[in-house]
Design a protein around this ligand. Structure first.
Ligand code: FES
Length: 102
């Protein structure tokens, strides 16, 4: 699947997300500056992204752990998600995300 990711400078990147990877892994693999300090354990919120409106509704629901982490995240918005909690699948081809501030 393709992920359209906007970095913190507003530059748009089209990157590949292999099926089964998390979006965080795809962003990191593409060299985008995403800290992902806990390595995808839903324990740091440094993989925070904003999901473009139409896509936000298509994502699987948040687990309670993700909601709790986002409650503590800097600059959380109603379309915030943790990218380590989104799995790349063909149905998400074209997913649009924007990196949240560090
Ligand atoms: S990488 Fe730590 S919460 Fe996603």
């Amino acid at each position: 699947m393709k992920i359209i990711a906007t970095d913190r400078k507003g530059k748009i990147h089209e990157i590949d997300g292999n099926d089964g990877w998390t979006v965080m892994e795809a962003l990191r693999d593409a060299g985008l500056p995403i800290a992902a300090e806990c390595g995808g354990a839903c324990a740091c919120a440094t993989c925070h992204v904003y999901v473009d409106g139409e896509w936000f509704e298509k994502l699987p629901k948040q687990r309670a752990e993700e909601t709790d982490m986002l409650d503590m995240a800097v600059a959380a918005e109603s379309n915030s998600r943790l990218s380590c909690q989104i799995t790349c699948t063909p149905t998400l081809d074209g997913l649009k995300v924007t990196l949240a501030p560090e």
